[in-house]
Design a protein around this ligand. Structure first.
Ligand SMILES: [Zn+2]
Length: 221
């Protein structure tokens, strides 16, 4: 199936965005991947290729079973949780996965990010959960991820990194930046004292306000 012009634009946006992982403190080397839901399934970055070498026709499109639709390279070794997130969350239009330093530091201590700052609500609830550890690429890891993402747009992955969801590539990237920033602030707070966690009632108030804030954001775009 030949690429529609819009597919080429989306593929270029995927490439531009994964290159920003390194320039925006979200990772080094190729330890990250990004996918976008497509008509046939989803388009994902290939495994083991330097971001500088990426070109639109090197991205891989997989169907809902995980079979290759277009592309001749192997998909990211972590394609399975991308597929399983798209299956379980209709609102997920794009997924960013990175091993960013602060989120990963928290994930390596198996700590969720609590409501130490009201912006934690940006991910949909009063915490950003840490999914249990399982080997990368396994169905077991997918199951833990789906559980941690219940009513959330982001989670940490124990001894691994983080996942951020969005309606599109730019919103998933912004979510990853938010999560990394919150993890950084929480790590700093732990160094100078005991972070004070906001209570449920306050976080419910913030979540309500964010619903309105989100709609306004859409009108602006
Ligand atoms: Zn990973």
């Amino acid at each position: 199936m030949s690429d529609m012009p819009s597919d080429i634009l989306i593929k270029q946006q995927i490439i531009d965005t994964v290159r920003m992982f390194c320039t925006h403190g979200l990772g080094v080397g190729t330890a990250g991947n990004l996918s976008v839901r497509s008509a046939n399934g989803f388009i994902i970055t290939p495994t083991g290729l330097a971001y500088e070498q990426l070109k639109p026709d090197l991205l891989v499109e997989l169907d809902a079973e995980g079979n290759t639709v277009t592309g001749h390279l192997r998909p990211s070794s972590e394609w399975r949780f991308h597929r399983d997130i798209y299956r379980s969350d209709d609102e997920a239009g794009a997924i960013v996965h990175v091993h960013s330093p602060y989120a990963t530091a928290m994930a390596c201590t198996h700590q969720s990010i609590p409501a130490f700052h009201y912006m934690v609500a940006i991910a949909g609830g009063d915490s950003i959960r840490c999914a249990d550890y399982a080997t990368f690429g396994t169905a077991e890891l997918s199951n833990y991820v789906i559980r941690a993402l219940q009513d959330r747009k982001a989670c940490l992955l124990a001894n691994h990194g983080m996942i951020a969801l969005g309606r599109d590539v730019s919103s998933a990237f912004r979510m990853a930046q938010e999560v990394e920033e919150l993890a950084k602030q929480y790590c700093y707070s732990l160094q100078i004292g005991s972070p004070v966690v906001l209570d449920n009632k306050e976080m419910q108030t913030v979540l309500e306000k964010f619903k309105h804030y989100g709609r306004q954001g859409e009108e602006d775009n």
